[in-house]
Design a protein. Structure first.
Length: 160
């Protein structure tokens, strides 16, 4: 008597069988073409919806592949935005791009804070070592200048 495989095994098998299709259907070009019709947060879609629309089916592996492609596109300068609130879309303005940058920065700072704790290095020291604008900007400022704290402020925070 055959018993059906648990859902986890079935999902893994489907993901494995679909992998070549995702690599063929989900490319930087197809994702950019798709997102060109989704400009602005009001037109955003979840990862699952994007993969479903592009490929005709969606699995967790397809969503992972989409996220990898989005990283590639951002690295070459395409304004692909994504936040948990909105989903994936192309920035319609600086405010939307800033929101995505803040989301990514918050996520990076969370990771850096954990690294700092593990290495017993104060976060302000990490910020200085990286030389990135890691301070939160005023909402709606539109100023893209580095907002790094001065050395005295960093040292004061490190000792509190």
């Amino acid at each position: 008597m055959n018993t059906p495989a648990p859902d986890n095994n079935r999902t893994e098998l489907i993901d494995e069988l679909q992998a070549p299709k995702y690599e063929r259907l989900l490319t930087p070009a197809t994702v950019l073409d798709f997102l060109a019709d989704h400009v602005g947060a009001a037109n955003a879609l979840t990862a699952r919806q994007c993969v479903q629309a592009i490929c005709g089916f969606s699995t967790a592996q397809g969503e992972r592949h989409l996220r990898q492609i989005v990283v590639e596109l951002r690295r070459i300068g395409h304004p692909v935005c994504a936040t948990p609130v909105h989903g994936y879309f192309m920035a319609a303005n600086d405010a939307e791009l800033d929101e995505t940058c803040e989301f990514l920065l918050d996520r990076a700072i969370t990771s850096l804070t954990q690294i700092g704790a593990l290495r017993r290095v104060a976060m302000p020291d990490l910020r200085g070592q990286l030389g990135l604008p890691l301070e939160r900007r005023e909402s709606g400022s539109g100023n893209r200048e580095s907002q790094k704290p001065d050395k005295a402020t960093s040292n004061a925070k490190a000792h509190t």
